[in-house]
Design a protein. Structure first.
Length: 196
């Protein structure tokens, strides 16, 4: 295993704390109570170990890279701020397009449709106008596998209609993937030698 992580999780709350610390060194201004989330930073020292680390599974590595979970209060404040911001964006869109109605809330079906569309685009089923279809076979496989993880993790928590839709989409995507990979395999097989 390499020591370099494949990605980095950034705890934006730490950035907010650094900004607040910089602000605290400036001349004091009349403070107004903030309605947004505030970061509480504990001053506990972090000890570094020099012992060689045991082999970790990818799940353990990912969990170790995550920042601490936000508190219930932080989550509710952040959600309220997000919804207010999303409403403002929607109001702006409706002001520009008066015929545009209120957008329906995002549901499980939208998530499955997004995975489906992404996988089909990656398999070249939706080419852009005037261009040859572009195939990202590895990306398509990853998208299908993520949908399978979603199916596994939501097992027993879906309505019969949601489960049927998810299983149908998975079946269709896997069949399209099999067709595509068999076409790729046929193209890579050298032609039989010519008979004398």
């Amino acid at each position: 295993m390499t020591d370099k992580p494949k990605f980095e999780v950034i705890d934006r709350r730490k950035m907010k704390a650094e900004e607040e610390e910089l602000e605290s060194h400036r001349a004091p201004e009349p403070a107004e109570p903030s309605s947004g989330p505030r970061l509480v930073v504990s001053e506990e020292p972090v000890e570094k170990t020099t012992e060689p680390a045991a082999e970790l599974t990818p799940e353990q590595e990912f969990a170790g890279a995550l920042p601490p979970a936000p508190s219930a209060k932080e989550s509710s404040e952040q959600k309220a701020a997000y919804e207010a911001s999303a409403d403002r964006v929607e109001d702006l869109l409706r002001a520009q397009n008066p015929g545009l109605g209120k957008q329906p809330p995002v549901a499980f079906e939208h998530l499955v449709q997004q995975f489906y569309l992404s996988a089909m685009i990656q398999m070249g089923a939706v080419p852009q106008e005037g261009q040859r279809p572009r195939v990202d076979i590895v990306g398509a496989r990853n998208t299908i596998d993520m949908l399978a993880v979603l199916a596994e993790k939501t097992k027993g928590n879906l309505t019969s209609q949601e489960d049927r839709m998810l299983q149908s989409v998975l079946f269709e995507l896997r069949m399209a993937f099999l067709e595509l990979t068999s076409m790729i395999n046929m193209q890579s097989v050298p032609p039989p030698p010519a008979k004398p």
